[in-house]
Design a protein. Structure first.
Length: 74
């Protein structure tokens, strides 16, 4: 019985150690993924700000093109 208990203890300890290593590796990849997601979110936010600024200039550009086309016709 004592030998069987020791073998069981060793097997359970090895399995737990393996799960611990797998968990650590998974956490490292998760942290890297979250950092990339944060960078992507920052880039998307920057792009959205740029588009917003560009859209604000569209009415002015339309007005200028209308004025220019009217002057060309005259």
């Amino acid at each position: 019985m004592e030998t069987a208990a020791l073998v069981l203890l060793i097997v359970v300890s090895a399995v737990l150690a393996l799960f611990l290593i797998v968990l650590i590796v998974a956490l490292v990849y998760l942290i890297k993924l979250l950092k990339r997601a944060s960078q992507v979110a920052d880039n998307v936010e920057s792009a959205a700000t740029a588009v917003k600024r560009g859209v604000a200039a569209v009415p002015i550009l339309r007005l200028l093109t209308k004025i220019m086309t009217k002057k060309r016709r005259d």
